[in-house]
Design a protein around this ligand. Structure first.
Ligand code: PMP
Length: 287
């Protein structure tokens, strides 16, 4: 694989030359936030939404973000260009930077934040999971209580995904008090037998997915009935269809939950329709 060019604090460098301090608070304390924007045909999907959420995440943590949306767009585009990325993602991470030592207290305003971006090539439109669907296994949601902030504290989601794989599934759905919060790295949806599309309402319990917001609009434009509310594992297992949404998986059908088949065990028609519509809509709106 050819070496990527990555962005670190103002410089575009070969990936092996990219360096961040061992005292960086992202490394020591997971004191960082991130975004993943997808790229189709060399252009960015839902970029303004991702940057708006980045601003919100940084603001919730009183973290400086001394780049405006235009500057961040320029960096994204330059990385896409330098890496000739046609399809995949741009990962962005912002941390509170390094104060030159380890200390819990937030450092002074003179501390420079760390900004790192890199590209990841991935087939998004024609993916196996997108066409065949995925099997999910449930895990208790043991993450912190501010899941609406997109922080780099991703150890528990990583553990949940490993547990899902050990159980023979592809991904994990997280459950709290019997109710599905969301997937380990995506938002969870179901279509009831009555044809109502359901996804959990926004709160501190889940990440406000950018893809979730776009899919909600598409569902409305298709005149689907939609309810934003929590649902249980049992309700999802008896649903007509289930799927997940995220920037890097678009709309991905879920064909089993804890080995219980959803519907006939194949991707559902509405899931397929929403995936198609999301791709068409994204292609129309890329920047
Ligand atoms: N929930 C969680 C926990 C996630 O990690 C993600 C992916 N970042 C999502 C939902 C989906 O968000 P988006 O559609 O903005 O990628």
């Amino acid at each position: 694989m050819t070496q990527r060019t990555v962005y670190v604090n103002g410089d575009y460098v070969a990936e092996q030359d990219a360096k961040v301090s061992v005292f960086d608070r992202g490394f020591l304390l997971a004191d960082g936030v991130y975004e993943v924007s997808s790229v189709l045909d060399g252009k960015l999907i839902d970029f303004p939404g991702h940057m708006q959420r980045l601003k919100r995440s940084a603001g919730a943590l009183e973290m400086a973000l001394p780049w405006d949306e235009a500057a961040l767009l320029t960096i994204h585009r330059e990385l896409i260009r330098r890496n000739a990325l046609e399809e995949g993602m741009v990962y962005l991470q912002l941390t509170r930077g390094s104060a030159g030592d380890r200390d819990f207290d937030y450092p002074g305003a003179d501390t420079t934040p760390t900004l790192v971006l890199f590209t990841q090539a991935k087939a998004l439109v024609y993916s196996r999971s997108g066409s065949k669907g995925i099997r999910v296994a449930t895990q208790p949601d043991w993450r912190w209580a501010r899941r609406d902030i997109k922080t780099v504290q991703l150890l528990y989601p990583a553990m949940a995904k490993m547990a899902a794989k050990a159980a023979g599934a592809d991904d994990s759905w997280l459950v709290e008090s019997g109710l599905v919060t969301e997937g380990a790295s995506n938002n969870a949806w179901m279509l009831t037998q009555e044809g109502v599309l359901v996804t959990r309402e926004l709160s501190h319990s889940i990440l406000p997915g950018i893809t979730r917001a776009v899919v909600l609009k598409i569902a409305e434009s298709l005149s689907l009935r939609v309810e934003e509310r929590a649902f249980s594992v049992v309700e999802a297992q008896s649903a007509k269809e289930c799927f997940v949404t995220s920037a890097s998986s678009f709309v991905t059908p879920v064909i089993a939950i804890d080995d219980v088949k959803i519907g006939d065990g194949y991707p559902g028609e509405v899931s397929r329709q929403l995936r198609e519509a999301y791709i068409v809509e994204s292609r129309r709106r890329v920047i």
